[in-house]
Design a protein. Structure first.
Length: 199
């Protein structure tokens, strides 16, 4: 078994594995168990392994053509910091309809790949990416539908600490694949708590 990118305790402390009380049929494959309070728990081993594959996948694209979106408040700062770290574009807060499909708009961009924080909350961007034929990567919670997501990162996409840790790790792994950082250098220059702040 491959060693986890960070210790299991860090994943658990940041509630990365805590899903919702609903489970979609699509996400059943990623669920490890159901807690007594009805919350579905996501398998940390799969989450960890997906972070690695998503980092590899993202590095196949020119960073400037990677677009990260987050309508969710707790995902906005981590998504923006992730985009800055890897040289991608970020669209946080309200997504302006037509940004991926209407060249007449000032907000119009033509990315090669879309990364969504939550397929449900980022539905407008997702729909436009599908219409434009873009590959879509998304952080998917226990209740998400995977119909238009090409590569899912099964994890808690609602919690502040979970989103901070996921984006922090993704940025580190992308830069490691590009040989632009090491675990030690990344941790030294990037305080995880900074990524958790909502301001």
């Amino acid at each position: 078994m491959t060693e986890l990118l960070i210790d299991r305790e860090t994943y658990e402390t940041n509630a990365v594995h805590i899903g919702t009380q609903q489970k979609s049929a699509d996400m059943a494959q990623f669920i490890q168990e159901v807690r007594s309070d009805g919350l579905y728990l996501i398998d940390i081993e799969i989450t960890d392994s997906r972070i690695r594959s998503i980092a590899q996948f993202i590095t196949k694209y020119n960073p400037a053509n990677v677009m990260v979106v987050s309508a969710r408040q707790y995902g906005q700062r981590p998504a923006r910091l992730f985009a800055e770290a890897i040289g991608a574009r970020a669209s946080v807060g309200r997504f302006i309809p037509g940004s991926l499909t209407n060249p007449a708009l000032r907000s119009y961009v033509e990315p090669d790949i879309l990364f969504v924080t939550d397929p449900a909350a980022d539905q407008q961007a997702l729909k436009e990416a599908v219409n434009s034929g873009l590959p879509i990567v998304g952080i998917c919670d226990a209740n998400n539908n995977l119909r238009n997501v090409d590569l899912a990162l099964p994890a808690n996409n609602k919690g502040r600490r979970s989103l901070a840790l996921l984006y922090w790790l993704l940025a580190r792994e992308v830069l490691k694949v590009r040989e632009e950082t090491t675990d030690e250098d990344w941790a030294k220059d990037n305080d995880l708590e900074e990524w958790e702040s909502t301001f």
